[in-house]
Every structure is written in C-alpha cells, then in structure tokens.
Design a protein around this ligand. Sequence first.
Ligand code: MN
Length: 288
Amino acid sequence: MRLVSYKDGRAAQLLDGDRVALLTDSMRTVIERWARDGTLPFPAPGEAVPLGDIELGLPLADPSKIIAAPVNYRDHQIEMNVDAQVGALGFFLKAPSSLLYPGGTIELPYRDRRFDQEGELAVVIGRTASKVSECDALEYVFGYTGLLDITMRGGEDRSTRKSFDTFTPMGPVLVTADEFGDPGAVELRCWVNDELRQQATTADLIWDVAKLISYASSVATLYPGDIVTTGTPAGVGPIEAGDEIRLELSGLGIPLTANVAADSTVACPTSGRNRSPGLTRRSLRTRE
Ligand code: MN
C-alpha cells in the first residue's frame, strides 16, 4: 500500500492515477494496527480526491527517535576523506524536532558555515524491536520513505550538525514493506536545482537495511514509528538560499522536495568549521 498523510495528520492511501482516499486519523493508528494483526485499513467510504487538491504532511510526525547511519557508502567515505565508516562509528541520532514536511523550507541557521544535502532511503519501524537478528530484521519494517539528512559540515558532534529545526525533510510517500520489495535494490537520485548531484543504488550500502536494524536494535529498543535512515552516497554539496532539493527513490513514485532559505542567519557560535570529521580544509576550499 502507498500511504500519505494530510497536513493535519490524517492518513490516506495513494491510489493509482494520483487520487487519495482517506484511511484513518493518523499514520500511527495504521502502524499500530499492522503491529497488532498484520493488516492494513480499508479506505473510508466516500470520494477519492485528486492528490493535487490536498496538502501533504510528514508521513509520520512523531517518531521517538531518528537513527541515522554515518558513512554507509564507500564513495561517500572517499569524498569525505575519512578513515571510519558505519562499521567503526555505529549510528548517530537526529532530533525528531528537525523533521520537515515535504515541500517545506529548510532554514539555514548560520551565515558562516557550509550546509549540504544528503539524499537517503529511510525505514519506518512497525513493531517493537530489541536485539533482533539480521535474519529477522526486515519483519520489523513497516515501510520505506525518502529522507534528506541536511548537514552542517565541520567538527561539531553529528547530532548537533544534523538536528537543526527543518533539517530532516521526509516523505511524502510511505510504501509498505510488502509492496516496496527489496530495500537493497533501490535507485536513488538527488538534484539541487537542475544539477543531478547524487545517483546511486542501495545495493552499495556498506551495512544493508537488515544489518542496520539488527545493530540499532542491539543498542536501543526500536518502537513503532521510529525512523532508521540508511546514509547517503557520494555527491553531497553546498546548498544555499533559493535552492530547491529533489530526491527520487525508485518504488516511492513521488519525489521529496524541499526549498532552502537563510532569512535569519547569525554567526555560528561553535568553532568546528575547519575540523574533521567532514571535509578537509583543502576540499572545503575546493567546494566553496
Ligand atoms: Mn546522512
């Protein structure tokens, strides 16, 4: 089933022909039902409405946590010029308050720092998962969606650099795991304006979705609605006010877009600008 949420949080089914049929009061209700008995709701009686007539919201607005994979593609490890990848680093957390509805505006906070786009495939957890094996891990997945892990480059902690308000656009479509198919065969493309910056397949993930979930669940209990985002391939680059970012993932159907603004920037109060992890001084100069 292909699912979307209205801006007010109601969950709906995206039908063929880009019409939308209301399902229930929230995506969390849909996920809880699936966790309980493995079923999905039927659309409520009534007319389906054209997709263009509704404002889409976050497919799920209230995860207890957003778990994110650092350096999970080798080509991204090379462009970042870092020794460590996911197998050495584990995961980091993005604040759920950084979530941004699809088509929303990313607000850059500082005038003197670099901010990049990172297009990623994200997993929505459907059942409580603690210490699950790689073999069983995909049984805990409710579905998949698109996510932009907007990032300040530099030496501050990842959880700071990636947790600014508006730094996690997500959605608009959430495709259930049964319909989505193999999460290891997803084509990812990410544009900034007309520039295709990222083009990759999730077949190249260093830790695949099952391994990420298994590992994450060995550290922290994953709850229904939690997000696990899989990391970004090569092609990250600076974004600035006026840019439009567009992320396409095969199997999702509708791209995730976000605009960029810098309407109330200040000088950055922390000093990580030229420290690793992140790009070296030389590559920072090259990119800027
Ligand atoms: Mn990322």
